[in-house]
Design a protein around this ligand. Structure first.
Ligand code: FAD
Length: 308
């Protein structure tokens, strides 16, 4: 019951102000967010990559409502990529972008504005030898995001996409995307979606995840298994063996701060393991989605308000 309430709160400006102003919020946010600025976040990235993990960095932000902020997002990613080049991390670090932060939802030509902004990011990523993955947001954005993916892949074929098993349409999307050179991250989905477009029960979302995973593992693309769920991880390993995929022809991905021992175990066992590392001041929406996924996180957050 709490999950949908928290997901609704994740889009409320009033709640954003209340949560962000609470002095004890910060230590809890730090569990999921690698820093308010790029440079403290890079310390965490260095530590992760030194321990055999790979990363995808997310400069936090979403739902921008003016073009200047969309350009600022693009510039932040260009700065991030230059920092990765300086650090020599181009082969172990890529970037994840939310197109709503690049202007996708702007009423006048948002799709094209987002495409032009993200194209510059993809160009620099290619120049430094790394890749861009387009995160997936709510269902109203899927057609536009897959359209932008198709455009980018003409010049940057290793641009990645995310598909969400909770959406009814995803099996079809997976079939189209399971082609040579195509990088696809499969996740369960983190937004509040109506019953007209998405499975509502965890059991149905999990079953759909397995069906889509089969399509991706059997296909010719590069599956990126984005999940912390031990069952999904075990099934992914079984499918990889069934389809004769060696480690490195697929990868696991988990979020920064979640199941860190399991992240290291998989890497230690020879799997390719990538950590999604968010950083930046605009952490509210991301943080609330993490609380919504797991009631224990909310209890952890609320306990931090109690006197110690
Ligand atoms: P669940 O069944 O939710 O969780 C399985 C187990 O994982 C839980 O029992 C718990 O032990 C652990 N766990 C899961 N979530 C948490 C948490 N928040 N805190 C602590 N423990 C937890 N969603 C999108 O809609 N679009 C995206 O672009 C997107 N990108 C993602 C990128 C990566 C690398 C990952 C890992 C997830 C991404 N997600 C994205 C989020 C995803 O959709 C799920 O909401 C999230 O991963 C939880 O689902 P799960 O597969 O981990 O399984």
């Amino acid at each position: 019951m709490l999950g949908p309430v928290l997901l609704a709160a994740s889009r409320s400006d009033r709640m954003r102000r209340i949560v962000a102003a609470a002095p004890i919020t910060r230590p809890v946010v730090n569990r999921f967010v690698a820093g308010d600025e790029l440079h403290p976040a890079m310390d965490n990235v260095r530590e992760l990559t030194a321990s055999g993990l790979e990363v995808t960095l997310d400069h936090l932000g979403e739902d921008v409502t003016d073009e200047a902020t969309a350009h600022a997002t693009r510039d932040a990613y260009l700065g991030l990529l230059r920092a990765l080049r300086t650090e020599g991390l181009g082969t172990r670090a890529e970037v994840s972008v939310k197109l709503s932060a690049f202007g996708q939802a702007l009423p006048d030509g948002g799709h094209d504005i987002a495409l032009e902004n993200v194209r510059e990011v993809a160009e620099l990523a290619t120049a430094i030898g790394t890749t861009v993955t387009l995160d997936m947001e709510d269902h109203t954005t899927v057609d536009s995001t897959l359209g932008i993916l198709a455009e980018l892949r003409k010049e940057h074929p290793d641009t990645g996409a995310v598909i969400q098993s909770y959406l009814f349409r995803t099996e079809d999307d997976a079939r189209k995307l399971a082609v040579a050179g195509s990088r696809v991250r499969l996740v369960k989905g983190a937004y509040k979606e109506p019953a007209s477009v998405a499975f509502q029960s965890k059991a149905e979302v999990d079953k759909a995840y397995v069906r889509v995973l089969k399509i991706l593992m059997a296909g010719d693309g590069y599956p990126m298994v984005g999940s912390h769920d031990p069952r999904m991880i075990a099934i992914a390993q079984e499918l990889a063996a069934r389809y004769d995929r060696k480690p490195g022809s697929y990868e696991f991905q988990m979020l920064y701060g979640i199941r860190t021992a399991e992240q290291r175990r998989l890497a230690h066992d020879g799997e390719r393991m990538r950590i999604y590392v968010p950083y930046g001041a605009d952490w509210y929406g991301y943080f609330m989605r993490r609380l919504a996924e797991r009631p224990a996180n909310l209890a952890f957050f609320l306990r931090s308000f109690l006197p110690s």
